[in-house]
Design a protein around this ligand. Sequence first.
Ligand SMILES: Cc1cc2nc3c(=O)[nH]c(=O)nc-3n(C[C@H](O)[C@H](O)[C@H](O)COP(=O)(O)OP(=O)(O)OC[C@H]3O[C@@H](n4cnc5c(N)ncnc54)[C@H](O)[C@@H]3O)c2cc1C
Length: 482
Amino acid sequence: MNKKIAIVGAGVGGLATAARLAKQGYSVEVFEKLGECGGRNHLLEDRGFKFDMGPSFVLMPDFFEEVFSYCGQDIKEYLNLRAIDPSYTIFYPGADALTVYKDSARTKDELEKIEAGSSKGFDGFIKETTRIYDAVRPLLYDCFTPRAILNPAYWGLLGKIRALESYWGLAKKFFKTEKFCYAFTFEAMFMGVSPFNAPAFYSIISYADHVQKIFHPMGSMYQIPMALEKMAKKFGVRFHYNAQVKKIRPKSGALILELDGREAAFDKVVVNADYAYAQSELLGKHLPAYKYSCSVYLIYLGLKQKVNGFAHHNLFFSKNLKRNLSQIFDEKAMPDDPSFYVHVPTVTDASLAPPGKEIFYILVPVANLQSNKEDISGYEEKLRGIIFDKISEKLGSRLEDLIEVEHRFYPKDFIDCYNIKYGATFGLAHNLMQSAFFRPANFDRTIKNLYFVGASTQPGGGLPVVIAGSRIVADLITGRPK
Ligand SMILES: Cc1cc2nc3c(=O)[nH]c(=O)nc-3n(C[C@H](O)[C@H](O)[C@H](O)COP(=O)(O)OP(=O)(O)OC[C@H]3O[C@@H](n4cnc5c(N)ncnc54)[C@H](O)[C@@H]3O)c2cc1C
């Protein structure tokens, strides 16, 4: 057994892999460029406000439970996951709003208020996404190669999971009004891809939202990486923070990590740093013509007072979603009527702000920096003005006047903080040709003992899926049967 393993990056994928391998008896060291764990699941604290900077939805809680039980631990000793209710509110242009509840019967009542008969469409959509979820779930613990597609055993599966249809196309089969097609496919944007391009099997996120429900870890989303770090330390993982790896190279059967002014040799290395960045910068390889996810512009506000009318999760939809998405993904232009998301975690969790105060985290999908070198500085104030006006209208007072603390995070910050190629927030795009068989595998084909875990590798991005990826890597290394 080659026992000495290095993990490059202490994102959720790196942390979960470290804990699993240490539990299996390997000697594990984690090297992280930042001063603390979490990666994109980061926390910013200022004047009593705790801002989760990245993920805000906990979906598919069984994937979180699995990593703790793999390590012989009880998740309840580490995380207090609470199902939130209502799940979210969608504000359409004009006065219409749709609130989705934990109780689907209430959601259906809401749908019927907007369009008579639409609750039937909801039932049909959920039945179909449940079927797709049941087919996809077991695949999330496997690593595929493009050659696997030649295996006839998978051909039937492609039809079963509607691989050649789009997420949007699936919703269109069940809902008449485009309003509802938006409402049941917006989740594609959580993976940084347009619902018009995302394959229909990503509707497993809709299944997760509506059937398994949405959770919040009390005390902040940051409790997730902290819990994984705590569990990893329990099994002896050693963490090196402020330790950026500069290069990785094979030498005499070992893998060498080049760090600032020193080198360290390991039997195996797992790279959790962004896959495209690692290929080009750490391994010096040429990158194929990958497609990248969009980026996001984030505004974190600490408000002086509580406000009414907002749920824990809130979505504001553009009048013309198609045009909005085309501006982000094709034209790489400023969205003139942006869709955006407002996270108000203080609705559920008062511990995140001083008494009587509120957090508003605003996320705006924008173009990545692949061919859009300008960043958003040229149009930031205009964009912010449009968004603040829409929120102020719902609040019935000027948002600007309520702000006590403000921070912003730009596409370029994803490069500077986390080494994410082109500031593509969600990594490689989740289109058909970069999903499943075609997404980068969890092992290197040319360098022995080199592995990859994280959003841009199989099975894909998002916390639960990245955690499933850590299981794939642990199984590849330990040779453990599934
Ligand atoms: C704004 C935003 C909202 C999101 N919303 C959700 C959500 O609601 N729900 C959900 O499930 N998911 C969400 N996601 C996606 C989710 O956060 C990611 O898929 C997941 O956190 C990725 O984890 P990872 O382990 O792949 O990588 P990362 O978090 O990127 O971790 C990689 C780590 O490697 C480090 N690193 C990079 N280069 C080096 C180097 N050379 N040497 C050492 N260390 C290095 C980085 O600093 C980083 O800490 C969101 C993401 C963002 C950014």
